[in-house]
Every structure is written in C-alpha cells, then in structure tokens.
Design a protein around this ligand. Sequence first.
Ligand code: FUB
Ligand code: ZN
Length: 653
Amino acid sequence: MLHQIPLENAKITDSFWSFYIKNIKENTIPYQYSVLNNSPSVTIENENKKDFFENQKSNALENFRVAAGMSLGGHYGMIFQDSDVYKWLEAVAYSLHINPDKELQSLADSVLELIAAAQNEDGYIDTYFQVKEPRLKYRMLYSGHELYCMGHLLEALAAYWQATHNKTALVIAEKVINHIDTVFGYENGKIQGSDGHPEIELGLLKIYEITQNPTALRLAEFFLDIRGKNTEFYAEEMARNEKDGLPVKMIKVPELKTYLVAHTQPKNMTEAVGHAVRMLYLAAAMARVVHHNNDSDMYSACKAIWDNVTNKKMYITGGVGSTTDGEAFTGNYDLPNDIMYCETCASIALAFFAYDMFMLDPKAEYMDVIERVLYNGILSGASLDGIHFFYVNPLEVNGRINDENPDHGHVKRIRPQWYSCACCPPNFARAIGSVQRYIYTADSKNKEVYINLFADSSMADDGIKIVQSTDFPYGNTVKLTVNSDSAYTVKIRVPYWSRNFSVNVNRNHCEYNTENGYALLQNVQGNTVIEIAFDTPVMAVKANSAVIADANRVTVQRGPFVYCAEQIDNAVHLAQYRVAAEDIQNASVSVENCPLGRIPFIDINAVTEHINCNGLYCYNPEISCENHKLRMLPYYAWANRGDSDMMVWLHQK
Ligand code: FUB
Ligand code: ZN
C-alpha cells in the first residue's frame, strides 16, 4: 500500500520551494492571522466589481469569540467565514510539522481553544448559524455551508493533531463526528442529504485515517452516496423554505443541481460539471474513499472525471473553471483566456484530486498534473511578498478592457490584500505550505519508492533514506544518494517536458524500463548513487484545434514552467507580436537574479505587426512588420511589478 512520507521525514532544502515555505511561515501566516483578527490596515476587495458586499473587515476570529460568549456583537462576513480560520489553522499545522515553533504553536493552540469554546455541547459548530440564524441550522444545505465548514475544521484538526498531538484537536473532531451522526444518515428522522458544497467528505476521511473511527468513514460514504440520489433535494429544500417564509439565502442559478454537482450520484458521474471547486473537492473525496472501500463504480467515475478535466477542460496552467457564471466548468474545449475563472482554490482542488488518484494507481500522468498546477496555476495565486492574493488567475489581461468591460469585472491585474470571499488566500497557504508531500511516495511492503518531483530535498522511510541534490528547476541534473537496508525498486518520474532522460547508477550508464511513466531501477540496495540528466528545451506549445480560443496561438513552456509575456518587459503592445514555433524553440534562456528572485527569462525573436489604419476598419490596408525580441517569464511570477498587461497564448506568425 502506497503511503505519503510524513512531513517531518520529507524535507525540502532547495531554493525554489524553500522560499515559499519560509515565506508562508514568516509572512503569510502572521499576515493572515492579523487579517482574520481584523487588522485595520487591510483593504478588502470584492471578488467581482459587480458584487456589492460591504467589506470592512474579516471578523472571522471575532465570530468565534461571539459564538463562545466571550465577546458581544453579531456575526460578520460570509456564511462560510469560519472556513478561513480552519484553513489558516491547517496551514499552521503543516508549518509546525515542518519547522516546530513554540510561539506559533501557542498562537495556534489558542485558536484551537477558541474553536473548542465556540463548539456547542452537542458538537455543532458554525458561527453564522450559532450567532445569527440558529433556527435555520441545516435548513439550507444548498447554500448554508455548515458541513463544508465542518469539513475544513476536520481537515485542520487532522493536520494539527499530526503536527502537535494536541488532544483538543481530536476531542473537537469526535464531537463534530458524533453530532453529524445524530443528524445525517439513512435512518428515519435523519436528514437524507448532503451539503451543497462538498468538503465534509474529505474532512471525515482524514480523521478516519488517523483515528480509524468507523463512524467517520461511514458518514463519508453516506454523503458520497446520498448526493444526487434525489436530484431535486436542494430545489425541494428551497421551495420548503420559501413556503415557510424563512429568511434564507436562495441560490438563483438555472441549473441548481448541476451547479451544486448533485445532478446524479457521484458513482454515476462521467464528466466535470458545475462549480469547479465543488466538483473537484467531491472528486478528491470520491478517489480517497476508494482507498478504504475499493468501490469500483466510484473508481470508474473518478477516472471518467479525471479524463474529462485533464483532456478537455484544463488550462495549460492547471487552471480550471472557464466561466465566472457559477465559478464553473463549461463544455469541452471551452477555454477562453481573458474571461475565464481559474480560481486558485479550483487548481488546489485539482492537485488534491490528482494526488488521491495517484495514491490509487501511481501513474506519472497524475504527478504531471500536480507539477503543472503547483508551478503555475496555484503559485500564481499569491504574490512573491506572500501577502497579496489572486482569486482568479487569467491567462490574458488587457488593462483597458478589464477596466471598461463589466464582463471582466472578476479579472484583477494586481493581487488584492484580501477578499470579502477569502477562500483562496488561506487555501494557498495550506496547499503550498505542504508541498513536500508530493515529492516522494513509498510502498514499504513492496519495497518501492517513487521520486515524483525534482527538488533539492531528502526523505526517510522504513529502511530507506534518499538525499536528492539538484538545482532544479534551474538546473538539469539530479543526484539521488540512496541508502537502503533491503532491495528497493526506485521509480523515477520521466517528465513529459524532457526529450532526453538518462540515468547512471554508481557512475555506470543504466538502461531502464518505464512503467506508467516512471523509470524503474530495481534491486537498489546499500549505498547507491543515482544520477539523472535531462533536458529542459524551450518548447512551443499548441492547443488542440478544438480549443477555439487558442487557434493561431502558441505558447511557451520550459520544464514545468508555463510562460507568459508581460507588457512591462516589452516595448510594443503584446497583441501586436507575432511569433513562430521555430523561433520559440531557438529562443535563448537567461537566468537572472532580479527583484522577482531567480527568473529564467526567455527572449524570442518575433515580429510586431502594425496596421496602417486610422479608422476602425480599413480595407486592404498596408501592414508593416518590425523585428523585435519578445521577453517572457514564468507565469507564476507575473503581476509582481505593478499593473501590466499579460498574455500566455501568443499570436502566431
Ligand atoms: O463557497 C465556498 C467557496 O467560496 C468556494 O469554494 C469558492 O469557489 C467560493 O465561491
Ligand atoms: Zn477560492
């Protein structure tokens, strides 16, 4: 059975990811705490210019104090504001797991105590309903997010317990689980429905994996079975509330059940639809439950969803969700670059889904996607200072259009300090703050170890230790110093972006077989040095011709980095550049130490096109071309130098 290497045994030492882990510990976590605690100096923006929420403060921690009776006042913020605190706590847990820190732990312990104090005796906890609308508890599963919040709480508690062994974490978790068990289930008198936003399933499974509490697994299975069983469940709930004249928030979308990803039971799902984060948290839980119950129908559904997302609905950056309307998936190959959604949380959810699929069947395709989202679509979610965040991650921005066309109201060019709907910033902290979980995986029974990602790092597991020395993502060689008590099979992911991948074992060239995208080195025992060399050519990438948005466009990838051009680096407007695939392949790379860090810029020979046209339309105009270099940088680093137009997919010559 494959297992993750515990965070304390998978250490990152490289400059790329270590920068983020340190940044999250030193900047993001304290900053986010100050925001959750109503830092007065933060400007909170709405996700979309069209939104009209008042947004003076987060109030997330104060909501708990009010629920605990420690403070007077009302609830403020989103109905799911509690989840911001839970995700922050989970991020802290990973940070503590990696770098113990007494001061940070005591702050987090105090937050845990606050959560415990706010929890009702019967285990219920949701400050919105406790403080503001007690009579509406579990009466609006379509939008109430109670179980979504409790799911995030359980995930945080599992991580916090693993990092600190603070017993309060498991006490709170057990109370939550027992409480949910009294309210939800197939038994008469219980609610036979699930939360409109999947998440509780993942939380229950993570607690189950630590405690083996069978109720947690049973409830996760129940929620994954009941969803979509009655496709009208949420519509009926809304109608009931309307009839009863309750002051509830309705969801007004044409296809409610699809938006909520409850159009059919999970085991019958065949494609990714609806709200992207809901879809992918659900998919991650579906894959995760299969580990425990081997449900073959569920697994088939997971594979179908995976295939649909990654082959038809995923941006090259690993972004997902093509429309702001419902923050949702749309049809196959519909991947507009400038009005897309690509919520940071959705890419994070895709990484979780990919990881759970990998753990069921360790194929490189899952790690390829994890690598894609990590280095691109998730990283772009935060600025390099660690305290500004994107909610949506565009592949193309034009300042004037953004400002003037309300259809682009959700697309920002400068990362805000915080959002009224702040799901993404703490999600970023927990996802990137635990990035080393992906580097290695082991199967100690079958004596196999997987090298999934390249990063200067080390791991230790039952009878095997590996030190990985590399300058990747800047360099092209990896040295693995392996020390194993018994014969291990070392499996090394052969990256899809490399044309040549050679392996030496103890200085001798080694022919290897590949299986599921991994190079297999068998009988690795004692002290062994494995040296890997690969190339990271500058590649011109084209999209399938069914992707209309990318017709006549080409982009650039080198190693795991997808590239973009920013106006600030280029003299002529980006839309005027024309590039040829051959010029991309021949482009030069210059690694520069600059205020953005160590950046491998790519300079491409291009031409700029000028149309001699004074009116709006010109008939048979003169078109002149000039030779110009086009400078590109890795997508993750964009929007760190002020307001600048940006383009991933370039116009082709
Ligand atoms: O509904 C909770 C979170 O808020 C979702 O996951 C995000 O997409 C945002 O809508
Ligand atoms: Zn989000």
